[in-house]
Design a protein around this ligand. Sequence first.
Ligand code: ARG
Length: 247
Amino acid sequence: TLLFLALPLIASAGALDDIQKRGTLRVGLEPAYMPFEMTNKKGQIIGFDVDMAKRMAKAMGVKLELVSTAWDGIIPALMTKKFDIIMSGMTVTQQRNLSINFANPYIVVGQTILIRKELSGIIKSYKDLNNPKYKVISKLGTTGEQAVKRLIPKATYISFETEQEGVIDVVNGKADAFVYDLPFCVVANAQKGEGKLEFLDKPFTYEPLAWGVRKSDPDFLNWLNNFLNQVKNDGTYDKIYNKWIKG
Ligand code: ARG
């Protein structure tokens, strides 16, 4: 009986223990979301979340492994232990929160819109896009997609698997608007917007981004929230923020 009672305790050692035993922190991300995770010309994954993950591994005294994962499978991959944590600019939504836990938010963003230049002055907010004659793009399985379906239901919605394809269609005039998180649109507009896009940069949704972990792991959540509090107040967070977002 004693062994029987102790078994669940042994079996339920949290991610923090696994990470330390393994000597590696495994971070799941989809490197398409500038400036949080993206691939540079050398093929390295870089960005805000990556720098934060490096600090995290260092604070744990372990190595870091980045596990590149498709967005629409990232929550199942966490749940089946393909990695320890999602650090991928994920918005805390009540629906996602039914299947995973989130640490405290590390930044708050919201949906913004890149429209093709010809529509400037005509489309002033997401509300003006609520018409079947407008082709509105976002990315599969994201809060951008959810925002279009919920708040711009009459628009003709087109789903893309990558952010870049979506932006390019608006740049080329094949679609009218691209709806996505503010920081991504800032970078996309700077890279491709000149003479082609107008940026409606006032967020129209409220979206806290946070690290996702498996349920029933209070030790890991406690560590993460205290780590976040530390880096937010010792200058580390500001350094990373200024490097990728403010600059
Ligand atoms: N914040 C949005 C969401 O949670 C988009 C995040 C996309 N992240 C990524 N690494 N591709 O749906």
